[in-house]
Design a protein around this ligand. Sequence first.
Ligand code: ADP
Ligand code: 5GP
Length: 217
Amino acid sequence: MSNSGHPKDTGHRRGLMLVLSSPSGAGKTTLTKMLLEEFADAKLSVSATTRPPRPNEVDGKDYHFKSVDEFRRMIEAREFLEWAHVFDKYYGTPKADTVARLEAGEDVLFDVDWQGADALHDQMPNDVVSVFVLPPSISALEQRLSARPGSTPEMVARRMEDAKREIMHWRRYDYVIVNDQLDVAYQRLRRILLVERLKRLRQLDLEDHVRCLLGEA
Ligand code: ADP
Ligand code: 5GP
């Protein structure tokens, strides 16, 4: 498929923050991977954490691995767009990486829960485009969770409970996609990305272009 969202189509642009949330199992990881494969100028946000790397994880790619002291210093210095204490470890989204990418005309993708999505929106209201992914039915969600490698009935039951709590927040999002047929859901997601790239505030050449049109340049 052609990459019809290349920056050349829209001139010099500011990237956007595409924030995806869903109950676990609804398909946001699958949809995010598809976007990353199609759009070379979209990148996944890399979080910082104080948990140790797992065997196959690479510093700077999967996470920025930090000491507790360094992470706390970054909190004090307000270097995070949002952060949380999860399972006794710190996790957070460094602000500088995201801002540099937006200014370079790249989109940054986030796979976060509704609280993370809210926090990102509070910090960067003009940059965030939020999308909530819903399953077509509760039974489909259960089947997808059960089919995931390594899942146990207990894990599925707990995630189904969590799913209902996450779904309740669907109204906070700019867009909602029901992920029934994967290819249909993906087409909707990529259309959202392409049209959001055309927002006036993201087309950085327009001021000059219009000044030129008006003979003011
Ligand atoms: P999430 O990241 O929201 O937890 P995943 O992307 O890991 O969800 O998807 C959960 C499972 O459902 C995976 O095995 C994935 O291949 C499958 N899946 C995703 N979308 C669909 C779909 N539209 N139809 C059928 N299976 C799907
Ligand atoms: P893991 O240690 O398995 O990679 O992630 C554990 C949990 O931390 C997951 O629920 C994940 O969503 C969450 N997490 C990862 N990065 C961030 C982040 O930048 N901010 C917040 N708030 N949570 C994160």
